[in-house]
Design a protein. Structure first.
Length: 723
């Protein structure tokens, strides 16, 4: 694409740099916005089946015909409004074929504000800036020097900027792609052009194959740009990321294709001057047509607030047609004062169109006969982790009265902001027809980026959309081992400690609700989770995910357990050992003599005695100690500062463990993998802990309860006395 810079649109051709487009500021005259109050003319309209349609459709349409209102705003003689687009400020913005300014219309009052640029006229296409810059982009015409630049207007600053991109051309249609770039058709030079609104020095051009003449352009849900080729009667696609043309679909009948638009169902629709609206299904490249009234021609197409296709129709009659994308029926609304040209989904939940020959812009609002509002039933305010479905589907109800649900209403769900998609379509659009009492449901899944998600549900003619506000939480970026590694258990026994891992996001914060799968990896032995080879659990508010109990298989040996979460490539591996069967041992009260505890607070040491009753060493066991209920006894922390368990072997040697875990209610101490010092049949050992009485303890006799592996026993008797 060659570039040229000029000092003003009216100046002679003065080439400067062949490689860099110069961005020209507005002329020195200060910005002035002049507002005129336009007296609107209103016309009540009723939808009628297009006469060309098959008669068998008429009965079905009669039940869904809609009435509405067309509001006309006459901008004054000589204005010739041409392109129209919804602006980021909620107004309808209009270009002109005859005058050098943009006009912005208040969506409700129709007050028209003119922003003068001076000649030459600002023509054809207009779109809103894709970013936060509050600007409109448009094409304009410089016939005396055969240059047709693209311009931008900063709404907040009130300044115009010209972008001279090439010689001998005229941008016809524009679209803002999801990558933030503005793409346009250039039928004279026969290429697709690009400019980056965020950096207007970034430009591009791609010549259309077969000497094609590109005209309308749109972006489809598949991410490709689709455009009409008037020269060859085709609709083509272009991949903006790869910079290459992809598909070409030729229609089997003649005609001249003009502008096009993409619907949420993946079809690209194009206006044809032979009284047809054509479409191509981007999924399988099949084609179809919807006929209009004989003697008319379709001019422009746009997807309306109801996600149906709206068409400007001229010729034998002047009409706005609405093509239902499900039934493929065309419903038409008469325009009494002139031929409509460009059309768009505009502000105010309406479609807007221009009638250049009568200097007017109009707003068309059509209301279903009964529907009054959409109410949110469920699904609002929920959250999910990145890359996972939201727990609840979104659900709305279409109501025709305080409590009367209305079936057959087309509800359009659209993701307006955030990283999510509808499960049924894989993209940000979904159209659902209400049923079962007026209900419509949409399942949503989160993509990979965390943050807020805003989704609207609209029905044509319902003034206020239903708004869902959801949250995508960050997915785990780190997984680390917390507990349960390097354990052993007897064959067909249970490992004492469940396996646990910690999940953290990229900022090292705990991740709640993330799935973790613990899967047994067989080795010389194996294990299971209640008969299953794997188990999936979710992390708690602290980011900890804990497995259910791990059981050993029948064979001795070792095996591993793999712990993983979908968003982290790293896995955690646990080692486990299966030993022989647990030798038998008995458990009985024992240890120090009977314990007397005074309410003044002395410390006593109740315990139990163990005796091995089978050959072989008894392996480490889990030990738990529980206080009696309603006796006001307390464990004493003697392990500086931990709670201590003492094991005395048969030689009288003392072995201390100070890692007791106290339960939240203070009633139970737990020690994992305690060595019992029972090496052979007939060997004995003793266990005890430290306790004391409280000042309010009742005078009584009681005991602790010890659990050692699978066995339980009361402790040495305890007497609580005064003193």
């Amino acid at each position: 694409m060659t570039t040229d810079a000029t000092q003003s649109p009216e100046s002679p051709d003065t080439p400067d740099s062949p490689d860099t487009p110069e961005i020209l500021e507005a002329s020195p005259a200060p910005f002035e916005g002049e507002t005129h109050i336009v007296v609107p003319e209103r016309q009540r309209v009723r939808g009628e089946l297009a006469p060309a349609m098959v008669r068998s459709f008429r009965a079905g349409l009669a039940a869904t015909s809609r009435t509405g209102e067309i509001t006309r705003f006459n901008l004054g003689a000589g204005r010739a409004p041409h392109g129209v687009a919804a602006g980021p400020d909620g107004r309808a913005w209009v270009t002109s074929q005859r005058v050098g300014y943009l006009t912005a219309l208040n969506a409700e009052s129709g007050a028209a504000t003119r922003y003068d640029r001076g000649n030459p006229p600002l023509t054809n296409a207009i779109v809103a800036d894709p970013g936060p810059r509050q600007a409109m982009w448009y094409s304009w015409w410089v016939p005396q020097i055969h240059r047709d630049p693209i311009g931008s207007f900063d709404i907040r600053q009130g300044t115009y900027t010209n972008h001279i991109l090439y010689d001998r051309g005229q941008p016809e249609s524009m679209v803002v792609a999801r990558n933030g770039r503005l793409y346009f058709t250039e039928p004279v030079n026969r290429w697709i052009g690009m400019i980056n609104p965020a950096d207007p020095t970034e430009i591009g051009e791609w010549r259309v194959p077969e000497n094609g003449q590109p005209w309308g352009i749109t972006e489809a849900p598949d991410g490709l740009l689709w455009f009409t080729d008037r020269q060859n009667g085709t609709i083509r696609s272009f991949d903006p990321e790869k910079g290459m043309f992809v598909n070409s679909v030729r229609f089997p009948v003649g005609g001249t294709l003009s502008y096009c638009t993409a619907a949420a169902d993946g079809r690209v629709w194009a206006a044809d001057n032979t009284a047809f609206v054509r479409y191509v299904n981007t999924g399988n490249l099949s084609t179809g047509s919807v006929p209009l009234q004989a003697g008319t021609r379709a001019q422009d197409v746009a997807v309306g607030p109801d996600n149906n296709v709206w068409v400007t129709v001229t010729g034998a009659v002047n009409q706005i047609a609405c093509v239902n994308v499900r039934s493929l029926q065309a419903e038409t609304y008469p325009v009494s004062w002139g031929a409509p040209y460009h059309i768009t989904k505009g502000p105010g939940n309406a479609v807007w169109f221009t009638t250049p020959a009568t200097d007017s812009v109009a707003r068309l609002t059509v209301t279903p006969a009964e529907t009054k509002r959409l109410d949110i039933v469920s699904g609002d305010g929920q959250s999910t982790m990145a890359g996972t479905p939201f727990p609840q589907p979104l659900r709305v109800r279409a109501l025709s009265g305080p409590h009367e649900g209305e079936d057959g209403v087309s509800v359009s769900f659209e993701i307006k902001r955030g990283s999510a998609f509808f499960a049924a379509t894989g993209n940000q659009f979904l159209q659902v027809t209400t049923s079962g009492g007026g209900y419509a449901t949409a399942a949503v899944s989160a993509r990979t980026a965390p943050g807020p998600v805003e989704i609207t549900a609209t029905a044509f003619g319902v003034a206020e959309p239903a708004r869902f506000r959801l949250t995508v939480r960050a997915a785990p970026a780190h997984i680390t081992l917390v507990g349960g590694n390097n354990q052993s258990a007897p064959a067909d026994g249970t490992f004492a400690t469940p396996l646990s891992v910690e999940l953290l996001d990229s900022d090292w914060r705990p991740v709640e609700g993330a799935p973790v799968t613990f899967a047994v990896q067989p080795g010389s032995a194996t294990g299971h989770f209640g008969g299953q080879g794997s188990v999936t659990v979710h992390s708690n508010a602290s980011g900890i995910a804990t497995s259910t109990a791990l059981h050993a298989g029948p064979a001795q040996g070792t095996f591993k357990v793999d712990a993983s979460t979908p968003s982290v490539t790293q896995h955690v591996m646990f080692d486990a050992t299966v030993t022989g069967a647990v030798p038998q041992f008995s458990l009985s009260p024992g240890g120090p003599p009977d314990v007397t505890l005074k309410r003044s607070g002395n410390i006593g040491y109740p315990g139990v005695r163990l005796l091995s009753q089978a050959d072989g060493r008894v392996p480490p066991q889990k030990v738990s100690v529980t206080l009696p209920a309603q006796k006001d006894l307390q464990f004493v922390a003697e392990g500086s500062p931990g709670y201590q368990l003492t094991v005395m072997d048969e030689q009288g040697n003392l072995h201390h463990r100070a890692d007791g875990l106290l339960s939240a209610d203070g009633q139970t101490l737990t020690f994992e993998n305690v060595e019992l010092f029972l090496p052979r049949r007939g060997s004995a050992s003793t266990l005890w802990v430290a306790v004391k009485a409280s000042p309010g303890s009742p005078i009584s006799s009681t005991e602790l309860t010890f659990g050692v592996g699978p066995r339980t026993s009361p402790s040495t008797p305890i007497r609580v006395t005064t003193g």
